[in-house]
Design a protein around this ligand. Sequence first.
Ligand code: UN1
Length: 489
Amino acid sequence: MQSSSEVYQNFVNGVWKTALSSNTYQTLNPSDFESVVGHFQKSDAADVNEAVSSAKTALSSWKKVPPPLRAQYIFDVYFLLKQRNAKFSDTITLESGKVTRDSSEEVKRAIDALEFASGDGRRLKGETIPSEHRKNIIYTIRKPIGVIGIITPWNFPIATCVWKIAPALVCGNTIVLKPATITPLTAIRLTELFEEVGLPKGVLNLVTGPGSIIGEAIVKHPDINGISFTGSSDIGRQVYTESSRQFKKVQCEMGGKNAVIVRPDADSALVVDSIVKGAFGSAGQRCTATSRVIMERGSREKFLDALLGRIDSLKVGDPFNPRSDLGPISHRAQFEKILNYIELGKKEGATLIKGGRADGLEHQKGYYIKPTFFDEVKPQMKIAQDEIFGPVLSCISAESLEDAVKISNDVPFGFKASIFTSDFFEIMNAIEDLDVGMIHINSPTLGGEVQAPFGGLKASGAGIREQGTAQMEFFSEEVVVQMNYSKKN
Ligand code: UN1
């Protein structure tokens, strides 16, 4: 693949411009790390200050635009993105390494999020509440929070941007967006769509650069009133702590260590298909990925052979090749982290059945890792406790449903869990006892639908959920009005 010498800019106050320092950095194609995707602004706190002041100025008129008219811009972007799905999907594949099937599924998710949020312009409702006083009425209205800092991850370069930006704008906020350092191009292309539909200047600003500098500058900035963050639990903790210290409204969507519990009666084909999708889709780089499978020893024969056979049939390779099931890992640091975990798993005494670094010719210039399967994993091993964020699946044995639920719960994370069975009583008990934000019955741990709230418990999520009706709750403040029309107190 050819290197690009194109230089991309920040978007501040409706203008594409270079960082004040004039510094840039480059990103690399993860399936061919000798080729440059583009050159991006290496912004610092001064650029963040400028973007925040532009967003602050734009806020006073943007918040007066009636919500259904604000939502019209979202609707217009929805139409553009629908037409350009394939182009966006290619950009995602180029900079993140996701196979095109996964990329276009992600774009579809962004389209759904735009559709859902644009309807919210006509539904930004409050409520009326009876008063204990005669001739008094209480009602609530929804006001914007103000300037929102949006910080997004590299594994979902468009969907996470969209499902934060769209409701934030409908609620009347203005935005400073900081996309992931290694996948800024998709966010730039998305910002161009908002420019194309004529979003007023200063309402959406974008700055690119290192999280340690501009992410921190955004979180600390006194004129930023709310933060919506998606990323690791380690960074999320810092974002949450600093934001709370300043009484900013904050939501953090973070890591997972999601388990699939397979009961002896489960349908084998469904189990295998769901685990393979969950563990190896997007090369396991999703907070909703399946990283543990928990089953009873007596069930192993029924499921394991079929599962290992399916894993063998997965093709690792060029993410633009429609036959590839797994593309490369998105960047070097993540690639090395995953390989280190594979080494650690062996040292901890787990049995590596298959996987590790891919070694074919076509893999030489990319960060490719084969679907990796560890057997005989003990629940307290690091590979069963830490979020690896790669195509690594651990198989853990349980004695009973109760034991399986306990193992599923006994990790720092609480994003998702799946259970496969047709037994009504087991299903109901699992739903009651699983400590996660999202539970799947007979379906993979992956994903979510934009009209449902999305997020986890414990180290997986903090603050009000994203998506669903929760998104309007997060991106607006509910203000109470009490009116007395009795002419006395
Ligand atoms: C999904 O897995 O369907 O970081 C979406 C993540 C999430 C987005 C996940 N914020 O993986």
